[in-house]
Design a protein around this ligand. Structure first.
Ligand code: FES
Length: 107
């Protein structure tokens, strides 16, 4: 079973859940009730409620932020170099063990 861990800084918790290849970081979080990820727009890059930080060791495993994602990230609070929209990050077998931090879960 492949796993992803979501860190929620507000409560310092780590949520380790199983994922299915092809599901996004956002969908996996919503399906597992990870706090701080809402996915309000369903992955249409219109809400920013899937904002996560992807650590350096995992960041290069995804395609770069494209123009559309960048436009949405410009609007979210607390954008950092490691910011991504979870709805745009598709999970794959080789990402087993990935750790992301929920941006909207921060105090
Ligand atoms: S779910 Fe709305 S921008 Fe990702």
């Amino acid at each position: 079973m492949m796993k992803i861990t979501y860190i929620t800084p507000r409560d310092g918790a780590e949520h380790e859940v199983e994922f299915k290849a092809g599901d996004s970081v956002m969908v996996t979080a919503v399906n597992n009730d990870v706090p701080g990820i809402e996915g309000e727009c369903g992955g249409e890059m219109n809400c920013g409620t899937c904002h996560v930080y992807v650590g350096e060791s995992w960041r290069d495993r995804f395609a770069d932020v494209d123009w559309d994602e960048g436009v949405m990230l410009d609007i979210v609070d607390d954008r950092r170099p490691e910011s991504r929209l979870g709805c745009q990050l598709k999970l794959r077998e080789d990402l087993d063990g990935i750790v992301v931090t929920v941006a909207t879960g921060e105090a």
